[in-house]
Design a protein around this ligand. Structure first.
Ligand code: ACM
Length: 765
């Protein structure tokens, strides 16, 4: 009986998830716990009044009035009350501070005559964000007395994760206080509650520290900046670049964020990413300098010297001022990418390692972080560090931010440490959203919206008890290639909308198809608000396998009110091309493929990058009847000079197994590597194989070349498509590099969703 009940319930949930959105349906991002449409609607006009129960509710009334003023040019009278008002003869908006039983939870009811919002202080604020999404898209009412209709609903909602964050790097590029506040405004709109402010970098120190004025005078300014991609450019712009936040500005921003239920977690990097500090205070380095604030991207070998005790005094002084400015319980102290070259070269550092009885430089880094943790703990605060703080032993109370995939987070949770998941494989918003070649200058790794959306922060390999340590998720926005607010918007949205559903929505409520159906309206709102989001691919533009001589292509504009211009003859589409008005027929030759290319144009005239879909009419490659080996791929590495990847010998100088097709652990300069293994294909479908590399690379599937990106070249990306049957297929990637700038991003995608290497890659027997 119980079983039957459960399966019926599951079937209902499934149907609910798949439900088509109808015109007029209420859609909210992030998806709430419960949303029911109710009869009637609330007519909001200038006769309406807001009544609120408490100071926190009054603050939310103020935010609602700001929203009305901004969009409709009027405000409503707002009155506090001690007893809930009885029947009113005017439209009433009641804001009640009272817990719904869940932290940051709320109940929102919209009826004829009344809007009722109840929640704790956070919940009221989040309920308001939901309420604002009930307003119609067409803003600006011509007559002051015209009415705004809000649809009848009952919504009950609370967050999945307590930590819902976004990180902004203001070191590589400086974002003035107004831009930071705007960023915070956007975060609260989608119910984020942590802003991780990455304040110091090799390329610039961005926070005023009174005790160390040279941080402002020297460390905050670099003499010039690399132009283009640092892996291929040798040109600098010759223009000084700098900026920092004064302590007054910081206090103001902290207060501004707190009013919006956002805790700011400041990050002061140590012991790496500190070249700007060394430019100001060369005595804190190992070589004595001179140093300059770094002018190119990448990681500096010059780091803080742990053998100099005044380094610790400096950092403690800095953190004392920082903790005075930021009430956050958590203080981020970096800890990532500290190259050990200088420590290995330094006699005094080697002496310190001996004196402390440490194993190596990793243990020394651990000593460094432990020492700083003790200091931070002594002030009643706790540290967060990047996952490198696991190396050499974790500091006792540290929270780990897992960025090099999920492995660090998994290891930390198993050691019963709190974890924030920020894996670069899913949540690095400096990675490109489309094919690197057609997107603005970017970090060259491909991270489409769908891959982000389907990220699940609780790893299946952890036990339920271990999963309790995963406190939440965060996306990181590194700004090497994000010079200004426009580009920041472009890289952040709509991927941050996807993240909002990861962070806030219950797992059973997450549904990519529904999200994609909600997106056009939400993006139209963002467009009206002047947000320069990346225009997504048209809904329905998907590469696929076809079995008939013609197929019908059905598209939908990705932003409400936008237009799609397309070609099917291989030429570049423009505004002179056909505009999409209805589904069209596309011929696909036998044993061949056809290409649809398009652009999307917003009503404002803004144009998307070039988008395409390939329709392949070829037989599926059958799966192999082999037994897979271990998880991961075999690699074979050779140090030699090559001019193409196909030249690589079958056996190399060294070999082993890696979790993914990734050259980063191999420190490759002049040489090559061959990866061999199997991919477990989840279902019969068309798969995209993608290579972005400097220099050349070739991707083989079942012994045939599927992507040829070979030859000596700068960063260049290529894709190939293959219809594959479910099961195991043999893969091989050959890659070579000469000189500097080694880079390989290799991925397998199914409808723009990256297959997770940890789940699908296997070695041979
Ligand atoms: C990082 O991306 N270096 C944390």
């Amino acid at each position: 009986m119980k079983k039957l009940f459960l399966s019926t319930l599951m079937a209902l949930c499934f149907l609910n998830g798949m439900a088509q959105l109808k015109t007029g349906d209420v859609t909210i991002i992030p998806e709430p716990v419960l949303l029911n449409s109710m009869p009637g609607s609330f007519v909001l006009n200038e006769r309406a009044e807001i009544h609120y129960s408490s100071q926190a509710a009054g603050k939310v009334a103020g935010f609602l009035n700001d929203f009305l003023q901004r969009n409709y040019n009027f405000k409503l009278p707002a009155n506090g009350y001690s007893k809930e008002p009885v029947e009113a003869t005017y439209p009433l908006i009641v804001l009640v501070e009272a817990s719904t039983g869940k932290t940051d939870g709320y109940i929102l009811e919209v009826n004829t005559g009344r809007v009722y919002l109840q929640g704790d202080a956070g919940g009221l604020l989040y309920g308001l964000q939901t309420l604002m999404q009930l307003f119609p898209l067409n803003k600006g009412i011509p007559s002051a007395h015209a009415a705004i209709h809000l649809p009848g609903v009952r919504i009950q909602d609370h967050p999945r994760f307590a930590y819902r964050g976004m990180m902004l790097d203001v070191g590589r590029h400086f974002f003035p206080p107004a831009a930071v506040k705007q960023f915070i405004d956007m975060l609260v709109q989608y119910k984020f509650n942590r802003f991780h402010w990455h304040l110091t970098e090799d390329q610039g120190w961005r926070i005023e520290i009174k005790k160390y004025p040279r941080l402002q005078e020297i460390a905050a300014v670099r003499k010039e900046t690399i132009v283009g991609h640092h892996r291929r450019s040798t040109t600098y712009d010759g223009k000084p670049y700098g900026g920092y936040y004064t302590q007054d500005e910081v206090r103001d921003i902290v207060k501004y964020a707190a009013e919006r239920n956002i805790t700011i977690i400041p990050e002061i990097e140590m012991p790496g990413h500190s070249q700007a500090v060394l430019a100001a205070y060369p005595q804190f380095g190992n070589t004595g300098g001179p140093y300059e604030v770094r002018t190119t991207w990448g990681i500096s070998k010059d780091v803080l010297n742990p053998a100099n005790d005044s380094v610790f005094t400096f950092l403690q002084d800095v953190l004392t001022e920082v903790m005075d400015l930021f009430p956050s319980k958590y203080i981020h102290i970096g800890g990532d990418e500290c190259l050990k070259d200088r420590w290995k070269e330094s006699a005094e550092v080697q002496q310190l390692i001996k004196k402390l009885g440490l194993k190596d430089e990793h243990a020394l880094q651990s000593y460094f972080i432990n020492r700083m943790e003790k200091f931070v703990n002594s002030k009643g605060r706790s540290i967060i560090g990047w996952d490198e703080i696991l190396e050499g032993g974790l500091a006792p109370n540290a929270t780990v931010m897992s960025w090099r995939g999920e492995e660090g987070g998994i290891a930390a949770a198993r050691q019963q440490h709190d974890v924030i998941m920020t894996p670069n494989t899913y949540l690095y918003f400096d990675y490109t959203q489309g094919q690197p070649a057609t997107e603005p200058l970017n970090a060259a790794a491909y991270l489409p919206l769908k891959t982000v959306y389907n990220y699940e922060p609780l790893p299946g390999s952890l036990t339920p008890a271990e999963r309790q340590y995963i406190k939440g998720v965060q996306a990181n926005i590194w700004t090497e290639f994000i010079p200004d607010q426009q580009m920041l918007d472009y890289m952040t949205w709509p991927r941050a909308l996807a993240l909002s559903e990861i962070a806030w929505s219950q797992p059973g409520k997450k549904n990519y198809l529904r999200f994609m159906r909600k997106l056009p309206l939400e993006l139209a709102r963002l467009n009206s608000a002047g947000v320069n989001f990346r225009i997504p691919e048209p809904v329905g533009l998907e590469s696929k396998v076809v079995t008939t001589p013609t197929v019908t292509v059905t598209l939908k504009p990705p932003v409400k009110g936008s237009f799609i211009y397309y070609t099917t003859d291989g030429t570049q589409p423009g505004k002179q091309s056909k505009v999409y008005t209805q589904p069209f027929m596309l011929a696909v030759p036998e044993n061949g493929s056809s290409l649809v290319q398009c652009i999307v144009v917003l009503p404002s005239g803004r144009i998307s990058p070039l988008y395409s879909a390939t329709y392949v009419r070829k037989p599926y490659l059958p799966a192999l009847t082999v037994k897979p080996g271990k998880k991961g791929v075999q690699f074979s590495r050779v140090s030699d000079t090559f001019v193409n990847a196909r030249q690589l010998p079958v056996t190399g100088d060294s070999s082993g197994v890696l979790p993914a097709i990734d050259i980063r652990p191999l420190s490759l300069k002049n040489g090559g590597v061959t990866f061999n293994g199997y991919v477990k294909i989840p279902a019969d479908d068309l798969y995209e194989f993608h290579l972005n590399s400097d220099d050349g690379a070739v991707f083989y599937v079942d012994d045939q070349v599927v992507v040829d990106n070979d030859g000596q070249h700068d960063l260049q990306d290529r894709s190939g498509f293959l219809p594959l049957r479910k099961g195991l297929h043999k893969i091989r990637v050959q890659y070579f590099n000469v000189g500097s700038g080694a880079w390989l991003d290799a991925g397998i995608y199914r409808d723009r969703e990256k297959l997770n290497p940890a789940e699908v890659l296997y070695t041979g027997q």
